[in-house]
Design a protein around this ligand. Structure first.
Ligand code: PNW
Length: 486
């Protein structure tokens, strides 16, 4: 029974941070305006448009470059405490290198930040959400060990220009999606498909680059700017299909391969890549005739540098899968990341599916995830930095399926808080419809609908926007609430 007068409502504390998230390439547009350089998504979508489901690109996207005041107005309409957005590296540093700073790029983000601060909305900056300057990709991008220096130089420019007003920095968004999907496969730019090697080189360099930016902030900026710096990793919940030892080991292998590669070096007490996974890759590499493991190790010095290098653990969480040692295995090439991991996965039939084939609503999966991470990594500070539901382009503004998903997430968050998990905030993905990467404009995650046919890119709140607003304002989930403006 949901009778709000009968049932005692569980509440979110007043200082719990509710927000929404976006990413530069997905919303900004203005791809070559005012001195912006080309990035790997500009390059890929222009030279190879058919890799995108609807052959579209982010040239204009939601045109937030010209609509930032409306974006902030939406944040105010929702009553957001915070807004998480990412910086376009090539808008700030057109060639990727820090020798040449584009003043128009700095001005755009200053305008956005200042507009938010007028209304007490806390800015959270992601330095890297997948749009690498193309010039750096031509030098190898993340598989070049010098990447760690380029990223540190870029981070310095960011802290120097925005750190006086921005108190929360996230270095990277979703290393697995960058390293496996982008370098190891053809699911994200730069579609390098270097599955057995590129994935792991990227993993190591990304983690070291993160640590360099963290230490730079910690030593040179934090003492005066007093903010925090962390990383966001996508962590879905992977449960063993059965209670057998084989399936439990398979689930652990899946967790190590998908997010442990990035979380373990930073958040575990021993550091380095996860033990079982790296031993497995080393053994397979030897078998396959490689002179050394395809997965690089961390030196003692690197390990110490990376370990503990984060003020918080940002978690992007969407869904869950069951993992099996024997069933649902797809044929994987040898050698490959998938062959290294060597497990099968499936979804339960009762889980509702969104417009994205991978996205199922799995009750309490946030709680299961954070409980696991809390145990494993000694109770760090957590933020859920993304969580959301996709619908089809022609779906109604009355998005009851998205409301069901968000309410289910809220219950899971409250379970976390009840259990003493150190969870400080939650960002909905997304503030508005945007360019959904390889799916183009065919999957919509917005609390606000965006009309991509309309040159003005008009934004209209969905029903879920009103429900989220009500939750933020009242700090509990009211199942009786029906917006009267729809
Ligand atoms: C995230 N998964 O990617 C990205 O950070 C966003 O840019 C993107 O728009 C959003 O989620 C929706 O796709 C993910 O399978 C994609 O768990 C898939 C998964 C996780 C994150």
């Amino acid at each position: 029974c949901h009778g709000s007068t009968v049932k005692q409502q569980r509440r979110f504390p007043d200082d719990f941070v509710f927000g929404a998230a976006t990413a530069s390439y997905q919303i900004e547009g203005a791809w070559d305006e005012d001195g912006k350089g080309e990035n790997i998504w500009d390059y890929m979508t222009h030279t190879n448009p058919t890799v995108i489901r609807d052959s579209s690109n982010g040239d204009i996207a939601a045109d937030s470059y010209h609509n930032y005041k409306r974006d902030v107005e939406m944040m105010r309409e929702l009553g957001l405490d915070a807004y998480r957005f990412s910086l376009s590296w090539a808008r700030i540093l057109p060639t990727g290198m820090a020798n040449e700073i584009n003043p128009a790029g700095i001005a755009y983000y200053n305008n956005l930040i200042n507009e938010m601060l007028k209304y007490n909305i806390e800015p959270m900056i992601t330095l890297y959400h997948w749009d690498l300057p193309q010039k750096l990709q031509e030098l190898g991008g993340f598989v070049n060990p010098l990447f760690t220096d380029w990223f540190e130089d870029y981070a310095r420019v960011v802290f120097e220009n925005f750190g006086d007003r921005v108190k929360m920095f996230i270095t990277f968004n979703e290393p697995y999606q960058i390293c496996y999907q982008g370098y190891g496969a053809t699911i994200k730019a730069p579609i390098l498909n270097s599955t057995a090697i590129g994935t792991y080189l990227c993993a190591k360099h990304l983690v070291v680059a993160h640590a360099k930016a963290f230490h730079l902030y910690d030593k040179e900026f934090k003492p005066t700017q007093k903010g925090v710096c962390g990383i966001t990793i996508s962590v879905n919940w992977f449960d063993a299909a059965t209670d057998t030892e084989e399936d439990r080991a398979a689930a652990e292998m899946k967790r190590q391969g998908e997010w442990g590669l990035y979380a373990h070096p930073i958040f575990s007490s021993e550091g380095g890549f996860p033990k079982e996974f790296s031993e497995k890759v080393a053994a397979k590499s030897a078998q396959q005739g490689y002179a050394r493991s395809r997965m690089p190790e961390f030196t003692e010095e690197e390990n110490a540098f990376v370990r503990g290098a984060s003020d918080f653990f940002g978690v992007n969480h969407y869904t869950a899968k069951m993992v099996s040692a024997t069933q649902y295995k797809e044929d994987a090439p040898v050698p490959s990341f998938m062959d290294d991991m060597d497990v099968g996965q499936f979804a339960l039939p009762e889980w509702p599916v969104g417009a994205s084939s991978w996205l199922m609503l799995v009750p309490n999966s946030i709680y299961n995830t954070l409980t696991h991470l809390k145990e494993k990594y000694n109770n760090p500070v957590f933020y859920i930095t993304e969580n959301g539901w996709s619908s089809y382009p022609d779906s109604s503004l009355i998005d009851d399926d998205r409301i069901t998903y968000y309410r289910s997430s809220m219950e899971s968050l409250l379970n976390c808080l009840d259990d003493g998990i150190n969870l400080k905030g939650y960002m909905a993905w997304s503030l508005m419809d945007n360019y959904e990467w390889m799916q183009g404009y065919q999957e919509r995650f917005g609390l606000y609908h965006v009309n991509f046919e309309d040159p003005a890119r008009t934004r209209t709140p969905r029903k879920s926007a009103f429900v989220y607003k009500h939750i933020i304002k009242n700090r509990f989930v009211d199942y009786e609430y029906e917006p009267d403006t729809m």
